[in-house]
Write a protein that binds this ligand. Structure first.
Ligand SMILES: [Zn+2]
Ligand SMILES: [Zn+2]
Length: 361
């Protein structure tokens, strides 16, 4: 089968032929409906993060159960599922709470999850080591739903953590309204009656964010100018929450200017920016956090919200074979919403009716 492979730091991804996986006892093979294309993959390919090549990329996946190993009782062939991305040890305190994203034994595991050390979902089929890592999609279409497992789950977890600290009359600033950010805006609409300010360097992304529920869109090309505009809206209180979905130096520098006393500053983007956090550099009471991904139960919540039609991912769909070019587009900031890769012929499961045709762009 065709798969998009990580072949080593400093190299582009490669499309290779690899054997179709077979499920062992307690394992499941998922026929991939779509695999999301995430900025983190660029970090995997460009930075020394300790991942051992080669493996198949793709940590944001959904599809249908194709083959279940012995002992699987909760799922059957053809069931539409999302793959929960951060694979923990499955038995520590954090994993028992379903927060495998904070597994205590992460350092002794061979990888962080499918596409991050283990074979991921940018392929026709993907091996999932345990049924607890699959969440039912019900009637949702895997091609549309794949981004829920990362692009939605990551900001959902970040926003939920901040909820006890923010008030209905706060302004929340979302920096970067691409893959994660366009979901964050919708999730804020569901979770909190706050004023939402979207910040991005790209006007089309700002326009999309406003369509999805942002009250204001501010161009952040010039951070001093952007800070002035945003603070005019928030007043001296500053932003109740700054949710940085990019994490590069300019967005951290801008975020720092938007904080008031008691603000929450959450960095989910892996852009590598720094902030010198000490008395005098940051207003009193500020909570700064770097949450990672989300829990299995939170993924169930995200999927339930999507099933109710209250959030959706805006996807740009591409054939799996175009992966290398899609990463280039992502790097150049040319992807609207979330890009997903679709293996040829996988827009449906057997006789089930599935809508999307792969759009060539
Ligand atoms: Zn990701
Ligand atoms: Zn664990």
């Amino acid at each position: 089968m065709k798969a998009v492979r990580f072949v080593g730091v400093g190299n582009k991804a490669e499309i290779q032929d690899v054997p179709k996986p077979k499920p062992g006892s307690g394992q499941i093979v998922v026929k991939i409906g779509a695999g999301g294309v995430c900025h983190s993959d660029l970090h995997v390919m460009e930075e020394e993060l300790g991942f051992k090549p080669p493996f198949t990329l793709g940590h944001e996946n959904a599809g249908w159960v194709a083959e279940a190993g012995s002992g699987i009782t909760g799922l059957k062939e053809g069931d539409a599922v999302a793959v929960y991305g951060p694979w923990g040890c499955g038995h520590c305190h954090a994993c028992q709470l379903s927060t495998e994203n904070y597994c205590e034994n992460w350092a002794s595991q061979p990888g962080f999850g499918g596409g991050l050390g283990y074979d991921g979902g940018m392929a026709e089929y993907m091996l999932v080591p345990h049924e607890r890592l699959l969440v039912s999609l019900g009637t949702l279409n895997p091609a549309e739903a794949a981004p829920l497992s990362d692009a939605a789950l990551t900001p959902y977890h970040a926003i939920k953590r901040a909820l006890p600290q923010i008030n209905p009359d706060d302004a929340v600033v979302v920096l970067g309204v691409g893959g994660l950010g366009h979901m964050a805006v919708q999730l804020l609409r569901v979770l909190a009656p706050v004023r939402i300010i979207a910040g991005d360097v790209d006007q089309t992304k700002l326009d999309q964010a406003k369509k999805l529920g942002a009250d204001e869109g501010v161009n952040t090309k010039d951070i001093n100018d952007a800070a002035e505009q945003i603070l005019k809206i928030t007043g001296p209180r500053g932003a109740g929450l700054v949710l940085d979905c990019v994490g590069v130096q300019p967005t951290l520098d801008l975020g720092a200017k938007l904080l008031g006393r008691n603000s929450v500053w959450t960095i989910v983007g892996l852009g590598g920016g720094h902030h010198d956090f000490h008395h005098g550099s940051t207003p009193y009471g500020v909570l700064m956090g770097i949450p990672y991904w989300g829990s299995r139960v939170e993924l169930m919540e995200v999927i339930a919200i999507a099933q109710a039609g209250r959030i959706h991912s805006e996807t740009s769909q591409f054939p799996l074979e175009e992966a290398v070019g899609v990463y280039e587009k992502l790097k150049a900031g040319k992807i609207q919403g979330r890009a997903v890769l679709i293996p040829s012929g996988h827009s449906a499961y057997k006789n089930q009716q599935r809508v999307p045709e792969v759009a060539h762009q």
